[in-house]
Design a protein around this ligand. Structure first.
Ligand code: ZN
Length: 312
């Protein structure tokens, strides 16, 4: 599942691809439209409609200004229509969940033809197709279909931003703010760091990595950590996420994980090889001077990886 760096890589690609372009057509698969509809999301019904005179209808005719991100959510910001009203959609908010990903085809390019797509591309896992005014095309593909796209007004978007916690790559990432965000909890450290309303963007992989970098056992109760220990966690977090995003994020070995971004021009590295503890149980700890062996523990039914020698 993509975490902050992977979503940031996706955001950058989407921003470069969509910014300044007008949406010419939107197609949504029936199966995904129905599934979203059941969850109370009207994207499948509304998005393919033309932007109406009151600006309140669909996406067709709207121009994307930029693509933003907070935590694991990303969103397309739309330029205001000629006659905005109270119900005007200004944002399309997305979450990739388990297997969501975007495939981007510049005008004149071809979709991939390889063993992953025996029946051609787009295939049955592609659920949204967006045509842009320069002839380029974006396809949203999601094998397990847990991902979402939603249409929001400015007000709805502001309410969403307020729900999500501090983003470690955002402008409000300061130690004081971080301390406030993590205070007042007796939960295990890992569970606290996964709480998206406190710190937005961390998941199973990076929490293990951050706790190892900070030399703290993720099973510790949060209210037992001293300020120096929180400082070590704070200091480890942003550089780790920034470096991972810089090289293209962590992509694990299944093909599905490779589909969240398709940008043949970029020769992306994979942060997986730089992970220090995640899925390295049984291996020697990479910390200089430590002779520990990485262990796998289970917290809330999910794997945690740590070195019992240097994390306490
Ligand atoms: Zn160690």
């Amino acid at each position: 599942m993509p975490e902050l760096p992977e979503v940031e890589v996706c955001r950058q690609a989407l921003d470069e691809f969509f910014a300044g372009r007008e949406v010419v057509a939107v197609e949504i698969s029936d199966i995904w439209a129905a599934q979203l509809g059941k969850a109370g999301i009207d994207f499948g019904r509304r998005a393919p409609l033309k932007a109406g005179a009151d600006g309140s209808q669909g996406l067709v005719g709207r121009t994307v200004e930029r693509v933003g991100r907070k935590g694991k959510f990303y969103w397309f910001e739309l330029a205001p229509p000629s006659s905005p009203c109270e119900s005007t959609i200004s944002v399309v908010e997305g979450h990739l969940r388990m297997t969501g990903g975007w495939w981007l085809k510049p005008a004149g390019a071809d979709w991939p033809q390889d063993e992953r797509f025996a029946n051609g591309f787009p295939d049955n896992y592609c659920h949204a197709r967006i045509l842009l005014d320069d002839g380029s095309e974006a396809v949203y593909r999601d094998v397990r279909r847990f991902g979402t796209l939603k249409l929001h007004t400015e007000e709805q978007h502001s309410q969403r931003l307020a729900v999500w916690g501090l983003d470690p790559l955002g402008t409000t990432w300061r130690f004081k703010r971080f301390l406030q965000a993590v205070s007042g909890s007796r939960r295990e450290l890992k569970s606290l760091l996964l709480d998206q309303s406190r710190v937005a963007g961390l998941g199973n992989i990076y929490v293990s990595e951050i706790c190892h970098l900070a030399r703290i056992d993720p099973r510790r109760r949060s209210d037992t950590l001293g300020e120096d220990e929180w400082r070590r966690i704070f200091d480890a977090t942003a550089p780790l996420l920034r470096e991972s995003a810089r090289v293209g994020g962590t992509r694990l070995t299944t093909l599905d994980d490779l589909t969240y971004i398709h940008e043949p021009q970029l020769h992306l590295d994979n942060f997986e090889v730089r992970l220090r503890v995640y899925r390295r149980d049984g291996e020697r700890c990479m910390r200089r001077g430590c002779s520990g062996e990485i262990e796998r523990a289970v917290q809330q039914n999910r794997s945690t990886f740590l070195c019992p020698m240097c994390q306490s």
